[in-house]
Design a protein around this ligand. Structure first.
Ligand code: NAD
Ligand code: GLY
Length: 361
């Protein structure tokens, strides 16, 4: 097992990464001093991992309240959030009752937001069970839900007490979900680590074959990057915005298609190709590097063209991005592979050219 730390002074917390961690109660017990917890999960993850985790904790004298939510991005909303509050209130959970998020990014984001708001804040622990959640969403404290008008528009920055990324849980993940997680892994290489990008080019086949040591390396490297960025800029006043490479386009795809139609990681993949294409049109990265980036996403089995929403729809949805400042769209773009920047100076004609070139006919 490898343990990293997200350094946030008195709110610092560990990220444990390894195989078989869900059989190790000692990693959770220090965070459950009051011997009671609520485990929030969904109807897909529960049959796989809820019973064994509950039994493990109960054997240690912990009372467990399971809270089962419907599965899917389309349920990441106020109505489902209400189900969590309802269960916590019905069972008289107190401020000392930590919530455990057991699942992918949807469960993690919603549980974190419930923890941030229930009784004005209760502790929570992330147990991410998708690759995407293990490398990105479980770390850093962005919690929230979608609004019909925009992705992740309601939320709070609220850090967990600990993150337990058990690589063994990835064995039950669908191939399409594994690939979606790889989009966020490639992102770290593109924004701040050329060596890692090259390592991904050399090891993509191993990752797709779920080689445990390749996964352990990729998850650890990704979490190390995320932990460093979050420690430096927890509330995204600067560097953290770079983690949104591909997301301005990607969120437009997710919202425009209807939540759940495109996986988040798939939308980020197509969005990252758009960001690379735009960077190339600005004269920042070469056509060869743009092709190299597209090729890695293709090898990961990810979409490299966005859906045909129509140029105006893309522009309208991108105008709702959280990075918009003073009414002006801001983009994360690439100066080179391994170096991303935030830019507000994108000529509208180049943006339209990218939208024309990078979506399906
Ligand atoms: P997800 O949570 O919907 O999980 C994908 C699917 O896999 C679901 O059907 C889920 O039930 C299932 N699943 C989960 N673990 C499994 C396992 N071990 N075996 C079999 N099936 C399993 O999707 P995701 O890709 O994990 O997360 C996407 C969400 O994360 C989006 O809502 C996105 O906005 C959010 N996100 C948040 C942040 C952040 O910083 N908070 C960062 C990136 C993404
Ligand atoms: N996933 C982007 C962030 O956490 O900032």
């Amino acid at each position: 097992m490898k343990t990293l730390t997200v350094g946030l002074a008195e709110r610092s917390y560990p990220i444990h990464i390894g195989s078989g961690l869900l059989s190790r109660p000692e990693l959770l017990l220090p965070h459950l001093p009051h011997k009671k917890t609520a485990i929030v999960t969904n109807t897909v993850v529960a049959p796989l991992y809820l019973e064994s985790l509950s039994a493990l904790l109960q054997a240690q004298g912990i009372t467990v309240l399971p809270i089962l939510l419907p599965d899917g991005e389309q349920y990441k909303n106020t109505e489902t959030l209400g189900l969590i509050y309802q269960a916590l209130l019905t069972h008289r959970c107190e401020r000392t009752t930590p919530l455990i998020a057991l699942g992918g990014g949807v469960i993690g984001d919603m549980t974190g937001y419930a923890a941030a708001t229930y009784l004005r804040g209760v502790p929570f622990i992330q147990i991410p069970t998708t690759l995407l959640a293990q490398v990105d969403s479980s770390v850093g404290g962005k919690t929230g839900i979608n609004h019909t008008l925009g992705k992740n528009m309601i939320g709070a920055f609220y850090q967990p007490q600990a993150v337990l990324a058990d690589i063994t849980t990835l064995n039950t993940l669908a191939d399409q979900e594994l690939r979606a997680g790889l989009a966020e892994v490639i992102k770290y290489g593109l924004i701040r680590d050329l060596d890692f990008f090259q390592w991904l080019e050399q090891n993509m086949d191993k990752l797709l074959a779920r080689d445990a040591s390749a996964l352990q390396y990729a998850i650890t490297c990704s979490c190390q990057h995320k932990a460093e960025v979050v420690a430096a800029d927890e509330r995204e006043s600067g560097e953290r915005a770079l983690l949104n490479l591909g997301h301005t386009f990607g969120h437009a795809i997710e919202t425009g298609m209807g939540y759940g139609e495109w996986l988040h990681g798939e939308a980020v993949a197509a969005g990252t190709i758009m960001a690379a294409d735009l960077s190339c049109r600005l004269g920042w990265i070469s056509a060869q590097d743009t092709a190299r980036i597209r090729s890695l996403f293709e090898r990961a089995g990810l979409p490299v063209l966005g859906p045909a929403l129509g140029e105006e729809k893309y522009l309208q949805l991108m105008g709702l991005d959280k990075k918009v400042a003073g009414g002006k769209m801001r983009f994360i773009l690439l100066k080179s592979i391994g170096h991303a920047v935030l830019s507000a100076d994108v000529p509208p004609n180049l943006l339209r050219q990218t939208l024309a070139a990078c979506v399906h006919d």
